[in-house]
Design a protein around this ligand. Sequence first.
Ligand code: ADP
Ligand code: MG
Length: 698
Amino acid sequence: MAKVSQLTELKGVGPKLAEQLHKLNIFTLADLYFHLPFRYEDRSRITPIAGLQPMRPAVFQGEVRGASVLFGKRRSLLVKLQDASGVISLRFYHFSAAQKKQFSNGATLRCYGEPRRGASGLEVYHPEYQLLEDGLDEPLEPSLTPVYPATDGISQQRLRLLHQQAHQLLRDQQVALTDLLPRSWLQQWRLPTLEESLLFLHQPDRNTPLEYLLSGQHPAQKRLILEELLAHQLSLHKIRAQVQAHQAPAINSPQQLQQQLLAQLPFTPTGAQQRVVKEIEQDIRQPYPMLRLVQGDVGSGKTLVAALAACDVLEAGFQVALMAPTEILAEQHLNNLSAWFEPLGIRCGWLAGKVKGKARNQSLSDIADGSAQLVVGTHALFQNDVDFARLGLIIVDEQHRFGVHQRLELREKGVQMGLSPHQLIMTATPIPRTLAMSAYADLDTSVIDELPPGRSPITTVAIADSRRPEIIQRVSAACAATTRGEPAAQAYWVCTLIEESEALQCQAAENTAQELQQALPHLRIGLVHGRMKAAEKADIMAAFKDHQLDLLVATTVIEVGVDVPNASLMVIENPERLGLAQLHQLRGRVGRGSAKSHCVLLYKSPLSFTSKQRLQVMRDSQDGFYIAEQDLMIRGPGEMLGTRQTGLQMLRVADLQRDGDLLPQVREMAEQLWNHHPQTVEPLIQRWLGEAERFANV
Ligand code: ADP
Ligand code: MG
């Protein structure tokens, strides 16, 4: 008999239904099999009425013992149902006269629903029900009942029937699904075959505990979870392989520039900085592009690492571009780096959105003829009309805002005469291991896991805003010079607003600055927010850095990168509105000098449970990785990185939080498959990523 291979060969699937199935991303027969239930119901057994429990959906049946319409707050129909063990109430808020008639005394009903505690003891609201005409011999479901992701216009029932048909075909071996995992793996890891897994998951044995399925522990689930994670891993592998098929300048420099740079610094690199620089150097010696992510907690000294890597590339005669996400940050980098590099005879270039007209043309021509060697800027660096003479290295700071696609785009931009630049990505938002292994699997990772010496820990407290006056006094005390002649400290006051509008946020910051100036007339108070001109912002920042200001009131524009070691107190208003990663970033602005630092989280009470949990994490720890892990647990991976950016929102059976511990195994599998079973790579990616993967390769 000819095998069934098309979706439309199934009974009942015409063009109309096929179109509706497309909305569920079901285009092929195989897609249908991979459209898996997201939960199950047990309709395979009848529970005696006395055995029903609140919140546990079940099938039960009995005889009607009275049906009456009640006129309470809302009119409802209450039906008493009795079996040999007891009585339960069914309650209907929507009902017809015909329905009411069905519930005549003595009629036998079989119901499915979730009992809850109600006015008359256990009640089931709007149960599914069926009248049993002659006796009790209606068959029950033979297996657990799957519940599928559905959509408008295609009911659960319709999907189930379709799946039953497909299931039968698979069982009768009239459909061929290729098992893409090597046989030997199934034995080695004790996994069921693809067919076994799918047959089970669409119709699980009725004795399988629901909790077991819900936790994703069943071998049939494990196998598909592994397969899906594997497909994601392989797609990142593929991107990586595509990039590495490009050529890059192999950088071999005598490292004199590095020596010169280090010689003029007042400190020596930490062990971690040295190690990471070594890792980068090994990469850029290769004739294909480096793709390295450097993770380093706030203040760990990423800029120096970037600068040392830049030295090698500059010395070899190539340009280096450093891109930061905001103008404030880019400018700060420009200042730091030109102070380091100009004395060594390296010319720095600058390009940002605000650079216009003549200045911009000059910048562009310096970049194009190579006279700007180290070019610092924002996204403006990668606009179409920017041409580099010989770009050898792209450094992207604070990368967590970009996703895989943007990374790809950047790589493309730098290609010249067949040579791709190396790429170094630096993030201060530590990425939890599980995410790093999935969302960032196309990158190599280095970690700067050590802070420069002499930093003192930050004490963090959470205080309700009813105690605001007290906190204002605390700012005053901190910024006053002590009698013992210790220098006065400086402080940040960070305003946050939930409103979308930046204008409102800035207004709030302005109001706060005024309020604080009135309360603290003896302090020199500055204000920075996103709507000020870049030059104005830069002036204020410089004044704060020079200690011409005591207190800096700011919106979250100071989130990243700002470096003023003398600032040792930070007040953050409404911290409950910010993500943990962002709070951690903000707080990292203090604790940069040797003075003991404090952070006050001035929250608006009452706090929700989750907010309490999150502020607690901030008080407990200053370890960015721990905080990120907690953030992941509390919020989930999608929100943390921005779902759009990770591609992980498309996971169908896997759940990174639940299944994160499988990732090491998945990595190993991906290696093996890539090297020893390359023919299965593409089909696996197609099977699980389908459309999305096609999109990724534009
Ligand atoms: P981040 O990793 O947050 O970008 P930065 O690169 O801004 O950190 O460095 C923070 C501060 O630490 C800067 O003032 C920098 O000059 C200083 N710094 C960097 N490396 C060291 C070191 N090895 N010893 C002492 N100070 C250092
Ligand atoms: Mg930085």
